[in-house]
Design a protein around this ligand. Structure first.
Ligand SMILES: [Cu+2]
Length: 130
């Protein structure tokens, strides 16, 4: 095989490999979008706020939208981060790893960590109920 022919063979092989890669990338993308769609619908059924992981003094997400009559879950160490409602809907919840609250009326509800926040700042969060 001369150099010219060898070069052509390599080119054809590269084109084939590229086509395979493009098909694989499309498959991965499709699988990825299916996974995120499933995660989105799961999040829609269980509004979740997590907090206090790895020394992070914030709530994730810091603003959550929920529906009237839907239970919202706060998941984290309530002993290290007692949860206080600014509107006095609930007070310190020091037991267990989760706190659930169902909002009965639409509105904007603010809350904070007793140790690392206050009604006006620090470790705070908001639930918007529609
Ligand atoms: Cu805290």
């Amino acid at each position: 095989m001369d150099n010219k022919r060898a070069f052509m063979v390599i080119n054809i092989m590269m084109a084939g490999a590229l086509a395979v890669l493009m098909v694989l990338a499309e498959l991965v993308q499709t699988a990825g979008s299916n996974t995120s769609a499933a995660a989105t619908s799961a999040a829609a059924t269980t509004p979740l706020i997590s907090f206090g992981g790895s020394g992070v003094l914030s709530y994730m997400p810091d603003t959550l939208t929920a529906r009237v009559g839907e239970a919202v879950e706060w998941r984290g160490s309530l002993a290290e981060h007692p949860l206080i409602s600014v509107d006095a809907l609930w007070q310190r919840q020091a037991s267990g790893g989760s706190f659930f609250y169902t909002f009965a009326k639409p509105g904007t509800y603010h809350y904070y960590c007793q140790f690392h926040g206050s009604p006006t700042g620090g470790m705070t969060g908001t639930v918007v109920v529609q």
